[in-house]
Design a protein around this ligand. Structure first.
Ligand SMILES: Nc1ncnc2c1ncn2[C@@H]1O[C@H](COP(=O)(O)OP(=O)(O)OP(=O)(O)O)[C@@H](O)[C@H]1O
Ligand SMILES: [Mg+2]
Length: 456
């Protein structure tokens, strides 16, 4: 069923059409002027706009240009008193989808509206299948039962559709397991894949900045707010907003997030007016959120709301056979990138990969293969050329990831450890700052801290 706005100064026609369409389950609003129509459109965000060409304060064409600028997806049916070819061409150029000449039969109007909606559904179904194919090539690789099950769960959760806000999805898992990849899959396998996928890292900026990024602000909301700014929530409308590292979100902001998840309503900073969005929130964290809740660092109500649909990305060590499978894949892809085609892994190297514990998971595996591909002496990567640290090799499951400084290349490792400690101290334990000072990404820094058993 469609949300429809009828803008026509013939009040009787508008009223009758509204009543008629409502009988078929559509939600209809009416307006009699361009000005009124703009306000209505802003508030109602219609899927279909039925527009009279001649209005008391302007023409339908001007209105089309105005609304197309903010909503490229709305279907526009223009109604004219005289169906000339020139007008039809102008209307289509301006962005109308369909043209009806007066007198308009209500039945025909309804048929046009419903056929436009059907076309849209067909198009989005088609995009869904295209996305499935596209994502097959760049997706979550693996053949283990654990990863197969994850893939199926992702497909099921992604295909859930509803009116308004979709239920959020929470992605958990250790660092480097592929949470970001999973978040993208949740979007690109969904019926809303043609809509935006927008991501933001909640740990990357101070809470006040994160708040303005998410909700946007009105002009003059604070000293630096020279212009009105649309937040990411609005930018992601109709699609997916990916909140990475949601466990690091500030408590006050968590409350606002919960409200948006519940009813899709929020206020831009400095505004009294509420806005309505329809987005799917996908949130990821490598924290144990339950522990964060009992520490009082994460709201219990938000946690319970988020975990209704939960995806746990298993650590690489629990994906039987996948480490070697992925290693071969990375070896092939990276050999091509570094012009070392034909590079392969020796049986001993594969055995070492199979028994390594991979505390940094797929990211660590990829890095290890990358340096080996670049540096290997011959065409075959030997086990020692992987430079895997024995301390991190298979230990009984559940132990902390390589809690002691590793022994292989120990002078280098010691130096690295000292550098990390110094950088963290200098930045007052601010990971982003320390990463900038060291000239590496936050992910790399966090991975290295973990590798040395250093807590942030
Ligand atoms: N199953 C997989 N198949 C192919 N590549 C993968 C897979 N899992 C992860 N990767 C790759 O490993 C790297 C790390 O993945 P990603 O950034 O998604 O991890 P993450 O779980 O978000 O880590 P963090 O918690 O540190 O942010 C990326 O380069 C990603 O493309
Ligand atoms: Mg990540």
């Amino acid at each position: 069923m469609a949300t429809i706005l009828i803008v026509d100064d013939e009040i009787t026609f508008a009223k009758n059409a509204a009543k008629y369409l409502a009988r078929f389950g559509h939600t209809v609003a009416t307006a009699a002027t361009v000005g009124e129509g703009k306000t209505q459109a802003e508030a109602q965000k219609p899927e279909v706009l039925v527009l009279d060409y001649r209005l008391p304060d302007g023409t339908g064409l001007e209105f089309i240009e105005h609304i197309r600028a903010s909503d490229p997806a709305v279907h526009i049916i223009l109604i004219t008193g005289h169906g000339t070819i020139e007008l039809a061409v102008d209307a289509m150029k301006a962005g109308a989808n369909d043209l009806l000449t007066k007198p308009v039969s209500l039945m025909e109007l309804r048929e046009r509206i419903e056929s436009l909606m059907q076309q849209q559904r067909d198009a989005s179904r088609l995009r869904y299948f295209e996305a499935r194919e596209r994502s097959a090539s760049q997706s979550i690789l693996g053949q283990s039962p654990a990863i197969r099950e994850l893939q199926q769960r992702i497909e099921r959760m992604a295909s859930i559709d509803a009116e308004g806000m979709l239920p959020p999805i929470l992605i958990g898992g250790e660092t480097g397991t592929g949470k970001e990849l999973v978040a993208r899959a949740c979007h690109y396998l969904s019926p809303r894949s043609a809509k935006p996928f927008i991501e933001i890292n909640c740990a990357a900026m101070p809470p006040t900045l994160l708040e303005t990024e998410l909700f946007g602000h009105e002009r003059g909301a604070f000293t630096d707010a020279k212009e009105r700014k649309i937040g990411l929530l609005e930018a992601a409308d109709g699609g997916t907003l990916f909140l990475d590292e949601v466990g690091d979100m500030d408590l006050a902001l968590q409350a606002k997030l919960l409200k948006v998840i519940e009813d899709g309503r929020f206020r831009r900073i400095g505004s009294v007016q509420e806005h309505q969005v329809c987005v799917r929130i996908v949130a990821a964290t490598n924290h144990d959120l339950e522990a964060r809740v009992s520490e009082g660092a994460f709201r219990a109500d938000l946690y319970f709301r988020l975990r209704v649909l939960q995806l746990l990305v298993p650590p690489l060590r629990d994906r039987e056979g996948d480490a070697v499978f992925l290693a071969r894949h990375f070896c092939q892809v990276l050999a091509q990138r570094y012009r070392r085609e034909g590079m392969r892994l020796s049986p001993s190297a594969e055995a070492a990969i199979a028994s390594h514990r991979w505390p940094g998971n797929v990211r660590e595996l990829r890095n290890v293969i990358e340096q080996a591909v670049m540096l290997a002496a011959g065409d075959t990567i030997e086990a020692r050329e992987l430079m895997l640290s024995p301390a991190a090799a298979a230990t009984p499951y559940g132990g902390p990831p390589s809690a002691q400084p590793t022994e292989a290349g120990s002078a280098l490792d010691r130096r690295e450890r000292e550098l990390l400690i110094a950088a963290m101290a200098a930045s007052n334990h601010n990971v982003s700052q320390a990463a900038r000072n060291l000239g590496i990404s936050r992910d790399t820094l966090r991975y290295r801290l973990e590798k040395h058993g250093l807590k942030e």
